[in-house]
Design a protein around this ligand. Sequence first.
Ligand code: NI
Length: 178
Amino acid sequence: MTAKTICKIGNDLLIKVSQPVIQFDTPTLHKLIADMLTTMQATHGAGLAAPQIGINLQVMVFGVDNNPRYPTAEKVPQTVLINPDIKILSQEKTYLWEGCLSVPGLRGLVPRFKHIYYCGYDVKGNFIEREVSDFHARVVQHEYDHLNGILMPQRVADMRQFGFESELKEKIAADYEK
Ligand code: NI
């Protein structure tokens, strides 16, 4: 398990569409996921997608439990999700000052669907499916975007609502205390 360097916005690896995983339960896949979990924990990410460490595969990890970057966010179970698919369950959206490890130091007010269904596979190829809402749904939509080469700033509805965390402290704190 090694904490990897995270690619930052501007790196072409982040704007590619990821390829599906074909073979499950391989040493290479286990190593990739261990590295991703270590990297996510080391950087206090709520989630991480394989392209962020330069791997062009449809693999994401996420989970939130007392995260200092999202202090009051609801808990999200630690999950490995491979070859994911998402279905939007209602058109209702929520807004939150969202961050991204590939866009360090910046936050944007991002609308996401409030209620989604997602499915995919774990490292062994077992099928996973869940119906989720709010922060859990947000994290999955954010990581899913990474697999399609889409970064958080592209989802900011109004670019006046995008900037440095240091300038947005009060707005971010108010958002996460709701
Ligand atoms: Ni991100």
